[in-house]
Design a binder for this molecule. Structure first.
Ligand code: BG6
Length: 490
């Protein structure tokens, strides 16, 4: 079974986890630049300083608000993985050549907002930053690789957090739109696939880390979501006006959810969990707030600061396609008595007795992509794009080689499941970009040892390493998969 010729095979990354050069060539400070390293057991922290009192401190990344008067800041004595990351900024030519060698048809990357506008809302964009992405896109096109660009991936200029409190403020709508339009104009003809906001539903889990906000209450998160919906619709409108070739996608963190037992209460729990996630895609793909969400707002006394034009924009400018991340299924139960908790992509669930997990508790699920594709395609009937899937593993470099058969095994199962969705079920799937196609910093833990790549980067958790790039066994395997259009998974 083959996948169609025009299918966009490739890999995915994000600027804050890959680019490094956090203060070079005029780049400003972003939220990711003040997030420390952590591990599976020690959470990452956001460091802050109060410029008036001089107090310093840290908060966790899971929705804890910043103290009054505190501003995100780089402090002495902490290690910040984004500052160098795996240094795409200085290695992009070498890395893109390796991606081309694997046969990539597309490459998902994000733009660092503060490379373009160091403070987020500067009068003129930073030419050096714009030029860097010009060079990257030119290099990709040299090999016939189509860029897929995420405009906002776990990013927010710190200056905007300090000035406006972040996305709860309606001012962010126009500021973000202006940033996006700057990209759309500058890269017209070079980029035609865009994603507005990475994993927008993580507003509910990691609003400070992912989007930079000071207000994390339910009311605050509802307002953030609303402002982002309006901003994203404005970007869709402008993208189509600037170049009718542009296609703009939304990006959802999605995973099928399984009940641990047949207790119907588990099914209700799943329904409610799905509503929390699909609220975001319902608005961005269907163009209106779903009834279940409006009822919840009524019950909770949530009142949005909104204008009638917002709803017109949301309705008229829905996204052209839906992209999503999916690493494995999530299992839930209302009775947690004997259930073992496991991790996931910023979600919590319980151990599924039928699924293996990696060292970070993420499930290895041979069916998740077929299930996810069918659920989302049936609901929206719009093209889909799997923009994140993969497995983190503490690879070992032995005699200059990485034998990552566990990664090949995971990807064999996942790509077969995706292929079933396309070939057996007729899902309209635009492409597949494996997450972290070259080793980058883990968003959840800040570690280097949680590696996803086909390409190993010699860099350690403490920041040491030569940054040398080394092809893993999976590199040669993926090359074969792409060349056979997904037929040869052996
Ligand atoms: C997604 C993000 O949440 O999962 C990525 O979009 C992230 O930025 C990826 O890296 C994998 O998570 P982690 O924590 O293993 O890096």
């Amino acid at each position: 079974m083959k996948i169609n010729n025009d299918f966009l095979w490739g890999g995915a990354t994000a600027a804050n986890q890959y680019e490094g050069a956090y203060d070079e060539d005029g780049k400003g400070l972003a939220i990711a630049d003040v997030i420390t390293n952590g591990s599976h057991t020690v959470g990452r922290r956001i460091t802050w300083k109060n410029p008036v009192t001089g107090d310093v401190g840290t908060i966790g990344i899971n929705g804890e608000p910043l103290p009054q008067g505190a501003q995100p800041a780089v402090l002495e004595g902490y290690y910040y993985p984004s500052h160098q990351a795996t240094d795409f900024y200085h290695h992009y030519k070498e890395d893109i050549a390796l991606m081309a060698e694997m046969g990539f048809k597309c490459f998902r990357m994000s733009v660092n907002w503060t490379r373009i506008f160091p403070n987020g809302d500067d009068e003129v964009p930073n030419e050096a930053g714009l030029r860097f992405y010009d060079d990257v896109f030119d290099e990709l096109h040299k090999y016939g690789i189509e860029p897929l660009v995420t405009i906002l991936h776990f990013d927010c200029p710190v200056a905007l957090i300090n000035k406006y409190g972040g996305w709860t403020n309606r001012k962010m709508i126009d500021i973000f739109h202006r940033y996006a339009v700057t990209l759309l104009n500058r890269y017209k003809g070079k980029v035609k696939y865009w994603l507005t906001i990475n994993e927008i539903n993580h507003i509910d889990r990691i609003p400070v880390m992912a989007f930079g906000t000071l207000e994390t209450s339910l009311q605050g998160r509802a307002q953030m979501a609303h402002n982002m919906f309006v901003a994203s619709s404005m970007v869709v409108k402008s993208a189509h006006e600037i170049d009718p070739e542009n296609k703009v996608g939304m990006m959802l963190a999605y995973k099928p959810t399984y009940p641990l037992t047949a207790d119907p209460k588990n099914q209700i729990l799943i329904l409610e969990n799905e509503q929390k996630i699909m609220f975001y895609s319902d608005v961005m793909m269907r163009g209106k707030y779903p009834e279940y969400r409006l009822k919840m707002y009524e019950r909770e006394g949530i009142v949005l600061d909104s204008k009638p034009e917002d709803y017109e924009l949301i309705e008229k400018y829905t996204c052209d396609f839906l992209s999503f991340s999916c690493y494995g299924g999530n299992t839930v139960t209302v009775d947690e008595t004997n259930a073992e908790n496991v991790g996931g992509n910023f979600t919590q669930g319980v151990k599924n007795p039928y699924l293996e997990t990696n060292a970070w508790g993420w499930s290895i699920d041979p069916y998740c992509l077929r299930l996810a594709c069918n659920t989302l395609y049936q609901r929206y009937q719009k093209p889909l794009w799997i923009v994140e899937n993969g497995i983190g593993w503490a690879d070992e470099l032995v005699d200059g080689k990485v034998h990552d058969n566990y990664r090949i095994d995971y990807l064999q199962k996942n790509i077969a499941s995706m292929r079933d969705a396309v070939v057996l079920d007729g899902v309209d799937l635009m492409g597949y970009t494996m997450w972290g196609c070259i080793d980058i910093v883990s968003a959840g833990t800040g570690e280097m040892r949680k590696r996803y790549g086909f390409i190993y980067v010699d860099k350690n958790d403490d920041g040491t390493g030569t940054l040398k790039r080394i092809r893993k066994d999976s590199f040669y395997w993926y090359k074969k998969v792409i060349a056979s259009q997904g037929e040869d998974l052996s």
